[in-house]
Design a protein around this ligand. Structure first.
Ligand code: SF4
Ligand code: SF4
Length: 118
C-alpha cells in the first residue's frame, strides 16, 4: 500500500514538475525568443475553442471566467501575458493539454502523413 501511494506521489510530482518546466519554457521563449515564436506561428493553424485548458495548467488562472468549455479571459484585451496569446507556441505545448486544443501545426501533420505512407 505504501509503495502504491509512493508511486502516485512520485507520478504527481513528475507531472507537476513537467508543467512547471513548460510554463517556464513559454515565459523564456516569449521574453527572449520572439523570432522563434513568429516562426512557429506560421505553421500553426486552427482556432481557440475556449476550452480553458491552457489557462488551468498547474493552477486555475484567477482571470479565467465561465464554465468549462465556454470560458473567457477577463483580461483578454487588457494586457494578458504574451505567453497566453502565444499558446500553443509549438507542438510540445500541445502535450500539456493532452493534444485537445483547437490548434495544430502543419509540419507535424506532414510528418504524420509521411509516417503513414512508409
Ligand atoms: S487549450 Fe487550445 S483551444 Fe483550449 S483555450 Fe487553450 S488555446 Fe484555446
Ligand atoms: S490571463 Fe487570461 S489567457 Fe492567460 S491564463 Fe489567465 S485566463 Fe488564460
Amino acid at each position: 500500500m505504501t509503495r502504491l501511494l509512493q508511486y502516485y506521489i512520485d507520478r504527481h510530482a513528475i507531472r507537476t514538475l513537467k508543467k512547471f518546466n513548460s510554463k517556464l519554457r513559454r515565459f523564456v521563449l516569449c521574453t527572449f525568443k520572439q523570432e522563434y515564436i513568429e516562426d512557429k506561428q506560421k505553421t500553426r493553424f486552427g482556432d481557440c475553442f475556449q476550452c480553458g485548458k491552457c489557462c488551468s495548467l498547474l493552477f486555475k488562472c484567477p482571470f479565467l471566467e465561465g464554465p468549462e468549455g465556454n470560458t473567457r479571459c477577463s483580461i483578454y484585451d487588457k494586457g494578458r501575458p504574451k505567453q497566453c496569446a502565444a499558446f500553443p507556441i509549438d507542438y510540445k505545448d500541445l502535450h500539456d493539454v493532452d493534444y485537445l486544443c483547437g490548434y495544430f501545426f502543419s509540419n507535424e501533420v506532414e510528418k504524420l502523413g509521411k509516417l503513414k505512407t512508409q
